[in-house]
Design a protein around this ligand. Structure first.
Ligand code: ADP
Ligand code: MG
Length: 431
């Protein structure tokens, strides 16, 4: 080990992907350190390159540029000292729980005399004793994920990488499993020297880790680091805990920018095309109505997650949308309704639609879509055509989601109609 206990060093890592015509930067100039004894979270919205970075770190993928060092040595090929636990761990359905753990050991050439007791011990450690002979289908999602942990632990990785390991579980199982992992980690029972966990959930990151590396997307990059000097077990409702959560929200929610910066540019124009945050109109109106009732029409963003019972990822998309439409401003982790937002919140449905339509028309991406349709024959377009045009700007999956969001907003504003059977977009006649 290098003297200062640094296990992992990521140096100027970039990852570019090709998507149709376009090459885009999924990860831009990421630098990070991880020392023995640390539990670090990589936190950021979906699409900011967290999984990509984790694959690069474990050597499953080579970066377009930059370097990963493990104990000071450049990683070439799969890093034997690291393992990943994915969001849904792929267990072999035809093997028992115990055999699923043993596979990892068998692959390393260990004899049954060694691997059987080891597998049994690991299952006991994650609380699955008595389930050794069960098959994956007989287990709940939370239990299956525990088998995943046990299997990852079997090879005694120095560096345990977790990619959103709790996000596919129901709320209660996720919470139980977080607690159990933390107990094992803080109790020193894991053979692991450091944990690097990817999540898009702010509370989860603050609950579990020693340090949060905050990422943002377009392009995926590190925007901040937040240390969490709180002892375990942490109390989610304590003032210290909430203060850290508040700080992370403030980092991720940013600050309202001048309008021309906020709006970005349209596809095909110079400058960055501003992606639409994927939100449902109902959720947005819910947020605005809630702010309208709050004292001073203002609220700490982190408190809204509880108020509205949404997770941090969804909440940040909502606050971003409110800001993009000019319904709210964001500063220092607070969100405040604007006069327009207040008018919207208090208006009836038709007036709301009109306000929404006016605001929607200013969004460059939507403006672009409308002009594309006005130029089309009979003012209608196959949705595929629009999607392909968007693929020049966004990766395929994101292009499809951008289109879906634009169409659902356009329909609400009664600016667009969409025929599901024909997959055709129509311009609503202007009154
Ligand atoms: P996250 O895990 O933060 O959600 P990902 O690392 O999965 O982010 O993806 C970052 C971006 O790169 C996304 O836009 C995603 O669509 C894109 N992407 C990921 N893997 C590939 C790939 N193999 N080829 C092309 N694009 C990819
Ligand atoms: Mg991911």
């Amino acid at each position: 080990m290098t003297g200062n206990g640094v296990l992992l060093e990521v140096r100027h890592v970039h990852q570019r992907y090709r998507s149709g015509e376009r090459v885009f930067t999924a990860v831009q100039d990421v630098n990070l350190f991880l020392s023995a004894g640390e539990f670090v979270c990589l936190l950021g919205p979906s699409g900011c390159g967290k999984s990509t970075l984790l694959r690069i770190i474990t050597g499953l993928q080579r970066p377009s540029q930059g370097q990963v060092l493990y104990r000071g040595v450049p990683v070439r090929g799969v890093n034997p000292h690291a393992t990943i636990v994915f969001q849904t761990f792929a267990l072999f359905p035809w093997l028992t729980v115990q055999e699923n753990v043993e596979v990892a050991l068998k692959a390393r050439g260990q004899s049954p005399e060694v691997r059987i007791p080891r597998a049994v011990k690991l299952l006991d450690m994650v609380g699955l004793d008595g389930f050794e002979t069960a098959y994956p289908r007989e287990l709940s999602g939370g239990m299956r994920q525990k088998v995943g942990f046990a299997r990852a632990m079997a090879v005694e990785p120095e560096l345990l990488c977790l990619d959103e390991p709790f996000s596919a579980l129901d709320v209660l199982s996720a919470e139980a499993l977080r607690g159990e992992l933390l107990e094992l980690w803080t109790g020193g029972e894991l053979p692991t020297k450091a944990i690097l966990m990817v999540t898009h959930n702010i509370e989860e990151a603050v609950f579990m880790s020693d340090r949060i590396v905050v990422m943002d997307r377009d392009p995926g990059r590190v925007v901040a680091e937040v240390a969490i000097p709180l002892a375990h077990p942490r109390q989610r409702k304590s003032a210290e805990f909430l203060a850290v959560v508040d700080r992370v929200y403030a980092t991720l929610a940013g600050q309202t920018q001048p309008e021309h910066v906020e709006l970005g540019s349209a596809p095909g124009e110079p400058g960055r095309t501003r992606a639409l945050p994927h939100i449902a109109i109902n959720d947005l109106t819910g947020l605005l109505e809630h702010l309208d009732e709050a004292p001073g029409n203002r609220r700490d963003i982190y408190r809204l997650a509880d108020d509205l019972s949404v997770d941090s990822d969804r909440l940040l998309r909502l606050t971003e949308a409110a800001e993009l439409f000019g319904f709210a401003t964001i500063a220092e982790g607070d969100i405040t309704l604007t006069a327009l937002g207040e008018t919207f919140a208090e208006a009836r449905i038709l007036a709301r639609k009109e306000i929404f339509a006016t605001r929607l028309r200013r969004l460059p991406l939507f403006r672009w879509l409308m002009s594309l349709m006005r130029a089309a024959e009979d003012q209608r377009l196959k949705s595929d055509v629009v999607r392909m045009a968007l693929e020049l700007e966004f990766p395929a999956e994101e292009a499809a989601r951008q289109l879906e969001t634009a169409v659902s907003w356009g329909r609400y504003a009664e600016l667009l109609a969409y025929d599901d059977d024909e997959e055709m977009l129509y311009l609503e006649p202007a009154d």
